[in-house]
Design a protein around this ligand. Structure first.
Ligand code: MIG
Length: 726
């Protein structure tokens, strides 16, 4: 074991010869080699070439983290595996989802954080086998482990965040509402969706193309019959305020004369089997090869293929099936077919019958199939199972680097299904195939801060649920949460009920219009908070316990802090007309019925049952914090930013920095952004406002509503005078 110190707070332990994952980005030269290993918060042991870390847990030790995973914010009581998995049924007994996020925060008497930088499977038994034990099993012994010590939970999480580099920066329009479905199959269908949004006056910035836009599920093709004039469609939609976002899958269809297949095969860019032939698996198009994204040349080659779509005006993509998901392999399918043939005419008893059906069910993502697949890394064959969790990461990186090479100064919308730590530099993620279940609103909320801790800031769930059918009420309540998530996308599976915001009844459409318009009003704030978090290695979502130290805050796992000013407390139970809320301090409640409507009320610290009718979104403004609101429009770029509303809950002093930039390029890196510095002080019922703004600021007027803890309200209109020198 080699022990190094990155800073006094962070230890870096190296065992054996770890695979270079590129999850973290820090200056390795600047670390200090330690001669003596300091005392560690975990015990280490090695058995059968597996490294194990253990710690004992007292009854009230909470364990947070693991990014995109199941169960509550506190992972105690569960067993989890980091192994990117396409499992479309997110029930509490499952161990893995699409991401592998090996970061834990253990909040014992002395809290610590731990990151396991290992690209194969890692198993976390968090008080499952024994309620008082944490057992982390790494399925190998070549690994880097990072330990974060000395600090509260937030400081520990930030110490980890700082090792990852700047987070992905999406275009500003990606904060608008987005509409998806598997699938809008033709130009006509897509146009009808756009028309419905316009007709119903519901803002929307993007419409999605799922796999059916392609020619027989081949990446970088467009079905010409369904989309006779694809660039024309892209342009006319953009004119109307909608971007079109196509899907790209990991598997490349095996088909003679299909250029992507031919090139990949000729240049040796596909993953191999044991016999050195391209590895064959079946996914959507039938048989495919998987690009070897761990090979930098293959990565560049695939990434540059996105040009086929960017040349036609496309400005955003979602990468799917990149765990990679495997429906079946030929040999395993053959074995199952043989078994079925042998079973023909037999009197199958319980064991034989289930053996037969289970054999077919087990074809999907069979773990042994991953062991048949190889990558070529620096001239060496590397078994896929050992580096499985890097596949989606490197597919996404391939896209991000390809797009950056094609148009270096342009921001593209990009998010992926599979992910690992480090990927947050390149793109966002969505949380995959959830269900139209009320429980999944809560799961969505509970995952968000843990995903952020792993550096992935641009994220959100399929709002309304992917599988199963949503009703209007679910759609409304879920949207009232998703309006806080950077990615706010309504997406649903094939054969499910339509769940576009106008797909229910008139009254529900009206509510959803207001909810989505409320989202647009929040965009100046959400964007400002996102950009600050991305550029300064911060967090967008936080659990209450990151900011409030009392025990009740830590026990609250159905509320979230959103940026520095807000707390989200969505209603997530069917037919509820309100919910229990815990306030760690006195806050200002805005029961928002739309971008401007709804009551304001000061709610004291403590427990409350708050009523929330279906049309009401509960938005809490923290004490001595400020919320800036914009005027909604049908799309982000149509928003008029010259007048903004400001809601301030001020007891003594509150200040806020509103960040903005062009939203489309990377000129912000050379200083092309604006800031408005707002300071409001309150004394004896009187409010004083100070505003300083950089030159080129778009905002001209601020309309302030200021409230103190006693509920005294003062309104004021302030002109924003840009600072000539700034
Ligand atoms: O196996 O492309 O998670 O969002 O609609 C299903 C079809 C493949 C899974 C994605 C989902 C998408 C679907 N895909």
């Amino acid at each position: 074991m080699i022990t190094r110190q990155i800073n006094p707070q962070t230890l870096w332990l190296t065992f054996g010869t770890p695979f270079e994952t590129e999850s973290l980005m820090f200056d390795r030269e600047q670390t200090t080699l330690l001669k003596k290993t300091p005392s560690l918060p975990v015990k280490l042991s090695l058995e059968n070439d597996r490294l194990q870390l253990t710690d004992s847990l007292s009854d009230d030790t909470r364990v947070l983290g693991l990014g995109e995973n199941l169960r509550g914010m506190n992972k105690r009581g569960g067993i989890y595996e980091s192994f990117c998995t396409d499992d479309p049924i997110h029930t509490p007994g499952k161990k893995s989802l699409y991401g592998a996020h090996n970061f834990l925060l253990v909040e014992g008497a002395v809290p610590y954080g731990i990151f396991i930088d290992y690209p194969g499977k890692v198993i976390y038994d968090i008080g499952y086998t024994r309620h008082d034990q944490l057992i982390i099993t790494i399925t190998g012994s070549d690994v880097d482990i990072y330990l974060f010590q000395e600090g509260n939970l937030k400081e520990l999480a930030l110490a980890f965040r700082r090792l990852m580099g700047e987070s992905y920066i999406p275009p500003k329009w990606a904060f608008g509402f987005q509409q998806s479905r598997w699938s809008y199959r033709t130009s006509k269908e897509v146009e009808a969706v756009a028309a419905a949004f316009l007709e119903n006056e519901i803002p929307c910035d993007a419409i999605y193309l799922d796999i059916d836009y392609m020619e027989r599920y081949k990446d970088f093709t467009v079905d010409k019959e369904a989309f006779p004039d694809f660039p024309g469609l892209v342009a006319s939609l953009k004119e109307k305020g909608f971007r079109l976002i196509p899907i790209i899958d990991a598997g490349v269809k095996i088909e003679t004369d299909y250029p992507v297949y031919e090139e990949g095969k000729d240049r040796g860019y596909f993953c191999l089997n044991r016999k050195d032939e391209p590895f064959v698996a079946a996914v959507w198009p039938g048989k495919v090869h998987f690009p070897d994204f761990l090979n930098p040349e293959a990565r560049r080659w695939f990434g540059l293929h996105y040009q086929f779509l960017t040349d036609q005006g496309i400005e955003g993509f979602w990468n799917d099936m990149n765990e990679p998901s495997i429906f079946y392999t030929e040999e395993r399918l053959q074995q199952a077919i043989d078994l079925a043939k042998d079973s023909e005419g037999q009197n199958l008893d319980i064991d034989a019958f289930f053996h037969l059906t289970d054999t077919f069910k087990a074809l999907f993502n069979h773990p042994d199939d991953y062991k048949q697949m190889y990558h070529q890394v620096k001239g060496e064959m590397v078994n896929h199972a050992k580096i499985h969790n890097l596949y989606g990461f490197n597919m996404t990186r391939s896209a991000a680097e390809g797009l950056a090479e094609l148009e270096p100064n342009k921001r593209f919308l990009l998010f992926s299904r599979a992910s690992t730590v480090g990927q947050g530099r390149y793109a966002g993620i969505w949380t995959g195939d959830n269900h139209s279940w009320w429980e999944h609103i809560l799961l969505n909320l509970q995952m968000m801060p843990a995903v952020n801790q792993c550096g992935i800031l641009y994220t959100g769930a399929d709002t309304g649920g992917f599988s199963d059918n949503a009703n209007a009420q679910l759609m409304i309540r879920w949207s009232q949460f998703s309006l806080f998530t950077p990615l706010f996308r309504n997406h649903a599976a094939l054969h499910t009920r339509h769940q576009e915001p106008y797909a229910f009844d008139g009254a529900s459409t009206a509510i959803l219009r207001d909810v989505i318009r409320l989202r647009y009003a929040l965009i100046p704030y959400l964007y400002s908070e996102y950009m600050k978090a991305a550029k300064k290695s911060g967090l967008f979502f936080m659990p209450l316990s990151f900011e409030y130290s009392e025990e009740q805050a830590a026990l609250t796992d159905d509320q979230l802090l959103v940026g520095e000013s807000l707390m989200a407390t969505p209603v997530y139970r069917e037919n509820a007309r309100g919910r229990h809320v815990y306030l760690p301090e006195t806050m200002l409640l805005w029961k928002a019925t739309g971008p401007a409507g709804g009551q304001l009320e000061v709610v004291p610290q403590g427990h409350h049952y708050l009523k929330a009718d279906l049309a009401e979104t509960l938005i809490f403004l923290r004490k001595n914090r400020i919320l800036v609101l914009g005027e909604p429009a049908m799309s982000v770029e149509k928003m008029d930013l010259s007048t903004m509303r400001v809601l301030a809950f001020v007891d003594d002093t509150a200040s806020y920095v509103l960040y903005d930039d062009d939203g489309l390029t990377h000129h912000h890196r050379e200083g092309a952004y604006t800031e408005i510095h707002l300071t409001i002080t309150h004394k004896a019922g009187d409010f004083q406002v100070k505003v300083a703004a950089s030159s080129h600021v778009k905002v001209k007027v601020l309309k302030l509503v200021m409230i103190n803890a006693a509920g005294k309200q003062q309104e004021q209109v302030v002109q924003v005078v840009p600072d000539a020198a700034n």
